[in-house]
Ligand binder design. Structure first.
Ligand SMILES: *Cc1c(COP(=O)(O)O)cnc(C)c1O
Length: 419
């Protein structure tokens, strides 16, 4: 089983582990599986989530150096539950019971333990450099904190993250994971990362763990396979799966899960006001935009980087249009949906999940559906609490990161200050 670049499908082939260590293909493209295998006969939900994940991912590691470690990587990575909130077929897949309370824990933890094993074999240490405006940084910090061969440097824009997000970024020891508050914007942070990777003094010891890494994307298949089988067994139909999306990595994993044979009907992208995908479907022209700031800030992406993978999956516009549905929710609809769901169901959702729920209520109200809940509402309490008129209980893992002493350096946007 091999992986190739989106920009040269006939070109050089890489194993899963090599592709994860590289992050980006040398030609600037993204790694994709050469083919999507069918679910194996070994697939089972009977031995717990980690074992189920192992049976789903195993075909992608055939012949890979990490093949023999895969089960133990899955056991370390998927050490927390996922939950289906049932509501008569209008169900919600809750992916926020990991250490940092968003779905990003699934991908970040799998990548961390995969890389750690590979670097141990090589006797090499690396530093992960990550610019973050929210959930990615905390998921990466928390995951790589548990590794032996990797350190993390986190960069975030001053005044660019919420109070609780900030706590999750600055609660670390300052050595294994160090945080830098940059006097600049998120774009400045991203530029610093790029500059550091171009500087020969530092680049060989650096590695990335951003959402275009195939090692974060593939493990996200497991919850689509898991939840769609459960749904079909319970209701006797295949669900439409609605995925709140930004960089479209999470929804790409849903397409891969369906291609493997998971019983999924349509797949629907829900976005906030950043509508480049909706506009592409309507016009046939893909125009990346500047991102617009919204209440669902982890989805504020104007130029979704994983579109390149979706285009590789559906190269013809007609095919793309037939298979990819996308609808957006403006901020007023996000607020309205959080309020409605609370008043009607007594159920609290985060602003990202609200985009998905809005799409369900407007375009799929008579269909069997799963909306993916991407983060815990307590992470966005300043938005959610005034709408539901009560405080939202904070999960234990989030609680343990709040109120800790801050360990953070404030720096100007100059990448040499990171070293
Ligand atoms: C990252 C994130 C998203 C967007 O996921 P993509 O894979 O970038 O499409 C949605 N919701 C939350 C809470 C996130 O943290």
């Amino acid at each position: 089983m091999k992986f190739v670049s989106t920009r040269d499908k006939e070109g050089k082939k890489y194993s899963f582990t090599e592709a994860a260590l590289k992050g980006l293909a040398p030609d600037g493209g993204l790694f994709i599986p050469e083919e999507i295998p069918s679910l194996s006969d070994e697939y089972t939900q009977e031995k717990g989530l980690a074992y189920e994940a192992y049976t789903i991912l195993k075909p992608f590691f055939s012949g890979d150096e990490s093949e023999g470690d895969l089960l133990s990587i899955c056991k370390k990575a998927f050490s927390f539950p996922l939950s289906m909130h049932s509501d008569g077929g209008k169900d919600t897949l809750e992916l926020y019971y990991g250490p940092t309370c968003s779905f990003k824990d699934f991908g970040a933890r799998f990548l961390a333990f995969l890389m750690d094993g590979a670097l141990k074999r090589r006797g090499e240490r690396k530093t992960i450099l990550v610019a973050t405006s929210g959930d990615t940084g905390s998921a990466v910090a928390s995951a790589f904190y548990e590794t032996e061969m990797l350190d993390v440097k986190l960069l975030f824009p001053k005044d660019g993250v919420s109070g609780r997000q900030r706590s999750q970024l600055t609660c670390w020891d300052g050595e294994k994971v160090s945080s830098f508050e940059v006097e600049g914007t998120f774009d400045d942070c991203q530029k610093m990362v790029k500059d550091a990777f171009m500087d020969a003094r530092y680049s060989s010891s650096l590695s990335s763990a951003n959402s275009i890494n195939i090692g974060r994307l593939m493990p996200q298949m497991i919850y689509y396979v898991h939840s769609s089988f459960l749904y079909e067994a319970k209701y006797g139909v295949k669900p439409v799966v609605i995925v709140p999306s930004g960089n479209v990595g999470n929804v790409t994993a849903c397409y891969y899960a369906k291609a493997m044979g998971a019983p999924i009907g349509k797949i629907v992208i829900a976005t906030n006001a950043n509508r480049s995908i909706e506009d592409y479907i309507a016009s046939g022209k893909f125009t990346p935009r500047k991102s617009i700031h919204t209440l669902a800030n982890a989805m504020d992406v104007g130029a979704p980087s994983n579109m390149e993978r979706l285009f590789a999956f559906y190269p013809e516009y007609d095919e793309f249009k037939k298979n990819v549905k996308a609808y957006y929710a403006m901020d007023d609809k996000i607020r309205q949906t959080i309020k409605e769901v609370w008043e009607e169901k007594g159920y609290v959702i985060c602003p990202h999940t609200a985009c998905g729920e809005f799409v369900r209520r407007n375009w799929y109200k008579d269909d069997p559906t799963i909306v993916v809940a991407t983060a815990h509402p307590a992470k966005f309490e300043t938005i959610v609490e005034p709408l539901v008129g009560k405080s939202v209980a904070v999960p234990e893992s989030l609680y343990s990161m709040l109120g800790k002493e801050e360990n953070v350096k404030t720096i100007s946007p100059d990448y040499t200050k990171l070293f």
